[in-house]
Design a protein around this ligand. Sequence first.
Ligand SMILES: [Zn+2]
Ligand SMILES: [Zn+2]
Length: 355
Amino acid sequence: MNYTICPRCGKDTERLIDGLCQECFFESSDLVKVPLVLHTTICSGCGARFSRGRWTNDLNIDEIIVQTVEDELLIHEKADDIDICIEPGQMTPHLYRVRVKVSASLMGEEVSQEVGAEVRITRMACDMCSRVSGGYFESILQIRATKRRLTDDEKKKCMSIVSSVLERMRKRGDRMAFISNSIDDREGIDLYMGSANASRDICRETVAGLGGSFSESPNLFTRKDGKDVYRVTFSLRLPEFMPGDIIEFGGKVVEVKKFGRNVTGTDLMTGSRFISKPDDMQGAELLARREDAVKTVVVATEKDELMLLDPETFETVTIKRPLLFTAEAGDEVPAIRTRNGVVVLPEGTAKKTGK
Ligand SMILES: [Zn+2]
Ligand SMILES: [Zn+2]
């Protein structure tokens, strides 16, 4: 192997970096430089990081430490194939020690260097958390059901839509996508929201998923810097009927599949498909839910008629045979007694039948 002599220290060396041996090179210049002490600001409430004048929630604490170091890292400008490894180690909630290992190729020579730094953390409340704790809101979202109370199950479904919409908006950087107060009572839920946009997105998503409708009404709240400031009340109404409701309407008995802008379901007396609009269904009445159906025995089937046991009196009754009815004598089918007689429910569309 060929050796050359370092012009500065006179030692034999395999190769010169920038005209010097590796030792002499690192005496005058560095592969990596990082300030000994770095500072970062983190929200004590939600863990957001304050950087370049704004708060962001996209990193966890270890990632924030690594990012803080990376932002201040100076690598020798002639280095290629750089490999950086940053290891954060927590000392206290306010202090991290970090090891930085960098290897690279510097003018054809493989070199590596390890340096240490300290990251000091200032904890304070971010813009969002201080607004939440101050009870700030720009809109009120009222979630109700039409002509009835919101069920616990619906409350749960609504709140899961609320959380997923808010999470999605926050990921996009919307710092106003928060709830500063909520009231959950017998009638429904009131949410005090950081922004009207958040309320509107939640309304749209809920109506798409659960049906119903919403309206918004702005109220002048105050004047600020010569501008009108509005607070918007959103009124979100879940539909009167839910999937699986068995309703009576215009002499028909219908099992509701969907009650949105259109109403779809099954006409239980004929077995045919039912389609209508909520506005055309004034006076519809809830008779039962699909889970109220009880299994009853089919006594005999004919081309147009069906004989079965009345689920309450156990007397044999004859009803019109619904379309697509496939059960045979001796089979058990879910049935419900209504003012319009006994109806059988189509199997297979329900999650659960009988008790
Ligand atoms: Zn040297
Ligand atoms: Zn926060």
